[in-house]
Ligand binder design. Sequence first.
Ligand code: NAP
Ligand code: G4F
Length: 362
Amino acid sequence: MAKKTAESKKALVTGVTGQDGSYLAEFLIDKGYTVHGIIRRASSFNTDRLEHIYQDPHERNKRLILHYGDLSDANTIRKLIYQIQPDEIYNLGAQSHVKVSFEIPEYTANIDAVGVLRLLEAIKDYQENTGRTVKFYQASSSEMFGATPGPQNEETKFYPRSPYGCAKVFAFDTTRNYREAYGLFAVNGILFNHESPRRGATFVTRKITRGIARILAGLDQKIYLGNLEARRDWGYAPEYVAAMWQMLQHKKPEDFVIGTGENHSVADFVETAFGLVGIKDWKNYVGIDPKYYRPTEVENLVADISKAKKELGWEPQVKFKELTGIMLRHDLEAYGLETYAREIKLSKHAVNEPTIVQQRLR
Ligand code: NAP
Ligand code: G4F
């Protein structure tokens, strides 16, 4: 059989409406793929991050096709795989908020752990019945390392510290088990924190950059945060979705750690972001609210990305200060603060965000 080129490939992406899903859909469409995305039915539009690549269902030769579905619904997942016949499946769908996972642990486990089992079972069944091959990417997380000291790599022991982390460990192990037991091309990308202007507004980086814009616009007086001492390895989301694709093009199905190799505290992020708009006395604008503390915290994450560098040739270009600038500039522009925004200079690696996203995220 003739080998498929990227131009003729089909990808199925769960979590397509999220930060990573929207960047991945753009990336794959640029490569020539047809992208099928699973979206959840909601009472208001939840496709803001896809607005600029959305195509009317009546158009011919569409490159982005959206289907209703949910990771709790095995029947629909199975039906979609048989109907779409994808070459690659990227499982990015999840209840992705660590603090929220302490409040809705059972739901988190159902989607983030059992949801992955549902997908893998459907793929196994599909492969056995049709003789076709599907490559599978699982969005694993540095949260799985939890309390184990860094730098963390593919050999590091997991010690999860939240229901989210525990669910992701189950998903990781299940993905590896299906690879070993049934020969599936199934891989885990163990991604450290990655951010962007499309980051959800309740994750700490975006909460800070958006909060600064709101303070400068006169809408808020303070940003209320929790633990400022935790350290994270923060990278730039558009670069991380490229790594996901590279893992599925690798000759063998293997797991990879993806990060920047440096880490900073939440306080560092606050100080850097306020510094970019000329505010040194940031403590006047930040309050501590214990409700944002977690029952168990992950104190220190930092990636050892030697394997990804060597085997995938993947290396991030955007580091901490530029990432902070990219996010802050976007939020300043969204709040009409162009004078401040213009002062933040970015390199060619910063993706031009579509205006529609800026408008909708206001
Ligand atoms: P995100 O912005 O929160 O997006 C999560 C996506 O999952 C959304 O499209 C959401 O749909 C969808 N989803 C939620 N519950 C679902 C369900 N029951 N069935 C189907 N889809 C569901 O997350 P992200 O930052 O893009 O992260 C993508 C994936 O990578 C997640 O699995 C996350 O756990 C993992 N991860 C993220 C990071 C990071 O730093 N960003 C690091 C490591 C791993 P709605 O839009 O309808 O809510
Ligand atoms: O931005 P965060 O909520 O991200 P967290 O918990 O590291 O999780 C993110 O990264 C994981 C990869 O390691 C992903 F798997 C996961 O899906 C998600 O994308 O919190 C970062 C740090 C934490 O230590 C938290 O305690 O910031 C601290 N923090 C301090 N104040 C806060 C706040 N976090 C949030 N969300 N809100 C606060 O007010």
